[in-house]
Ligand binder design. Structure first.
Ligand code: SF4
Length: 346
């Protein structure tokens, strides 16, 4: 069975041509899939029974199975989703007072192997398809019922720029008026920063917010925290950030996770401010969500405040991002790892 959520409007049109069906049905099917978000062809009531049966004999509407859902005290919901080949990924739905945001994964596991992250511990299992990326948005929207899903952040398991073709295809479907109709300004992609891809993304999606995980003020410390980053020196990333601004006229968000005693000391703040001062960026500080396997701890509140003040004093636009889902292992990869550990103990 092929997953139909992988298809864009052109693919659906071609499919209908091959089935000798009128092309205008493509818009109807896309509406059922991406706007109405039905879970079976049977529910596409304006299609003939014969066409519904033809589609159902070869295609599946949903391919993911939610194998675990946990809800945090702050309302954050985390879904562990199993795909047909058995790989698992996590999707997190965060409810802020005025908006609902889903954080989706782009790979199962992650090749980047950040020293503080549960997703990277065992490396990459495989990249997700466009349909699997989109299905996570549908899972979140469904769980909200009557409430609206406002934002999508591509910040879960995996490095989106290491799965660019599928991620780009999924974003186009999310964004398209024939698709999910989610405005570009409501989608954010977070990457460790691959310079060529930053430029490509600027051309392909100039209105989508780009966040780059820096996590260190120099290449040496960055390579300790983000082993893959050794391939992408910071000076090349900063040059790409300049080019990105030239192309899009939009600022990049720099993500910086605060690890106790590792990258959160005043000297790190001074060095970061000096590094970033010439660029059109804003900084998001995120205090660490503990992953017991890594040995890292969150920075103390005073250290975080002090770090912020140093950046502000040096003219850097900086915010502290709220950590969500602390009591449910919401840092990416944690739920999958704890679920797998439990399963192996059963
Ligand atoms: S923090 Fe992101 S990039 Fe790093 S290992 Fe985890 S999922 Fe991959």
């Amino acid at each position: 069975m092929k997953p139909i959520l992988d298809y864009n409007i052109d693919d659906i049109t071609n499919l209908l041509i091959s089935l000798k069906q009128p092309k205008f049905r493509a818009g109807q099917i896309a509406k059922w899939l991406f706007s109405e978000q039905v879970s079976s062809f049977e529910q596409m009531t304006n299609l003939s029974k014969e066409l519904r049966q033809m589609l159902a004999s070869e295609y599946m509407v949903r391919s993911g199975e939610i194998v675990n859902t946990v809800i945090c005290r702050d309302g954050t919901k985390k879904f562990l989703v199993k795909w047909p080949d058995g790989v698992q990924t996590e999707t997190v739905l965060m409810e802020y007072h005025d908006r609902n945001t889903v954080c989706i994964s782009t790979q199962s596991g992650c090749p980047v192997r950040c020293a503080f992250c549960a997703s990277g511990i065992n490396g990459l299992t495989r990249s997700l398809t466009a349909g699997e990326i989109i299905e996570q948005v549908i899972i979140a929207a469904e769980s909200l019922g009557e409430q609206r899903l406002n934002n999508v952040v591509i910040m879960g398991m995996g490095e989106p720029f290491a799965n660019y073709a599928n991620v780009a295809r999924a974003i186009k479907t999310m964004n398209a008026d024939w698709g999910m109709n989610i405005g570009s300004r409501h989608i954010t992609l977070s990457t460790i920063g691959i310079p060529d891809r930053i430029i490509q993304f600027a051309h392909d999606f100039p209105q989508i917010t780009l966040a780059i995980s820096l996590h260190a003020p120099n290449d040496k410390l960055r390579a300790e925290l983000i082993p893959w980053a050794v391939n992408f020196p910071m000076r090349d990333i900063l040059t790409a950030i300049d080019d990105y601004y030239e192309i899009t006229h939009r600022e990049v968000t720099i993500e910086y996770v605060m690890l106790d005693g590792v990258n959160s000391l005043p000297k790190h703040a001074e060095a970061l401010a000096k590094l970033l001062r010439p660029y059109r960026i804003n900084v998001n500080l995120i205090n660490y969500n503990t992953v017991s396997e890594t040995g890292h701890k969150p920075a103390h509140e005073n250290a975080v405040n002090n770090f912020m003040e140093i950046l502000k004093d040096r003219g850097i636009n900086v915010h502290l991002r709220q950590s969500k889902g602390i009591d449910i292992n919401a840092a990416c990869g944690q739920l999958r790892n704890s679920h797998n550990q439990q399963s192996s103990q059963d």
